[in-house]
Design a protein around this ligand. Sequence first.
Ligand SMILES: Nc1ncnc2c1ncn2[C@@H]1O[C@H](COP(=O)(O)OP(=O)(O)OP(=O)(O)O)[C@@H](O)[C@H]1O
Ligand SMILES: [Mg+2]
Length: 343
Amino acid sequence: MLGLSMDIGIDLGTANTRVYVKGKGVIFSEPSVVAVDGETRKVLAVGGEARRMIGRTPGSISAIRPMRDGVIADYEITQAMLRHFINRACGRKVLIRPRVIICIPSRVTGVHRRAVLEAASQSGARQTYLVEEPMAAAIGAGLDIWEPSGHMVVDVGGGTTDIAVISLGGIVVADSCAIGGDKFDEAIIRYVRREHNLLIGERTAEDIKIRIGSAYPVSSTEPAETAEMRGRDFVTGLPKVMNLSSWEAYEALFEPVSEIINSVKGVLERTPPELAADIVDRGIVCTGGGALLNGFVKRLSEELGIPVHIAEDPMSCVIIGTSKLFGSPEFLKNSLVAGSIPV
Ligand SMILES: Nc1ncnc2c1ncn2[C@@H]1O[C@H](COP(=O)(O)OP(=O)(O)OP(=O)(O)O)[C@@H](O)[C@H]1O
Ligand SMILES: [Mg+2]
């Protein structure tokens, strides 16, 4: 039955889900969003199509992000989303029962892990393995995690920041804080409402963050960049267009960025000295879309006094790392968690 086997890797992220098929590579990346009919709970759209509906749906339809803050907020919708993505990866080859490795944020625990596994087996998975995000991120960033030496990876995703020190293929010290790109967006929304009496949506805030957001103090000698934002005036209730400066965006993002830095400091403080010395030599590696925030790497490096590098293609590290695990018999042997139908 060799010809009928199929290996699928999935990075089930709070903001984006990426899917890999062995032999084909990463076949798609879609926002982790599902549009459902409010009454019947019927799934109407998944991924990019559903995301375009966020904040724009009529009363009867809602566009849901079933994972929030790196945990599963709505497990039925998460299951429906996962089934949709696995079926899409399998195409029409309904007879094939794939092996599936799913990478989940490390805050997903207990019953929610089980919900993920259940959805995979409902979609026909023959065997399912779960891998934790910092491990996959480290492998995908090209770190040699198997050597007896300390590596530190900081994955700033949409929902969480996962921080881990890895040596000899295992996580030695780790922490996960519920701050990531989503909290950056929320901080911008709050700031704009407080300072400008303007209500803006999630997607507008994300757009501003990517265009002019900064984690590093913007130079006062250069003219500040500005971004136009459209929203609703809090006082008059009418639509309004305003500008936000990069300096203001820096101010808005100061707190959530500082929280991430404090969590990284906390992990370093708990790291055994030999491994800490390795990290000082090599530097910290950042992955995840949130690490693309302007000035993030620079601020982290300055505050810690340690070099910090950003991985190549940081948003793909987790799916690349996940897919590499199909080539690791050690991993497959130790982490089979569901489905045991022999090959
Ligand atoms: N250039 C950029 N500047 C700032 N933020 C960015 C940039 N590009 C993407 N992002 C942010 O990265 C986040 C998505 O990153 P990623 O796809 O790694 O998250 P995820 O894996 O879905 O989440 P998690 O790992 O927490 O479950 C979003 O919040 C997005 O706004
Ligand atoms: Mg992620």
